[in-house]
Write a protein that binds this ligand. Structure first.
Ligand SMILES: [Zn+2]
Length: 117
């Protein structure tokens, strides 16, 4: 089960760059739909990055879905997240069908535990 970030008041309130809706989350758009509409591109790849106690979620583990949009230079953080108190907790809540985790690279942010594709 995934959670829509804007339901969690620990995250800052923002205004969507595309539709002006108020929402909560790390991304500059309220939804992937708005990101796609604004950029004119479609996602070609997605991953779930698992973080341990990042600044915006100090209580445990959080997995955030990122998408790579065709033609975009940087991956786009979506507002889809999974949270849990332990790593196993978060792993169990990730959507089915992922191929598996990649371990972190040495130059990754130290808060990153692993990335699922
Ligand atoms: Zn929007």
């Amino acid at each position: 089960m995934t959670t829509d970030l804007y339901q969690d008041d620990r995250f800052p309130e923002r205004q969507c760059d595309y539709c002006n809706r108020r929402y909560r989350g790390p991304a500059v758009y309220c939804s992937l739909r708005c990101a796609i509409a604004d950029s004119g591109t479609v996602p070609v790849l997605a991953n779930w990055t698992v973080y341990e106690r990042p600044r915006d979620y100090p209580d445990g583990y959080i997995a955030r879905k990122w998408v790579i949009l065709r033609g975009a230079a940087e991956p786009f953080p979506t507002n889809e997240i999974v949270v849990g108190t332990t790593l196993d907790d978060v792993r169990a809540k990730l959507p089915p069908g992922l191929a598996g985790p990649l371990l972190r690279n040495d130059d990754d942010d130290p808060k990153i535990v692993e990335t699922w594709w």
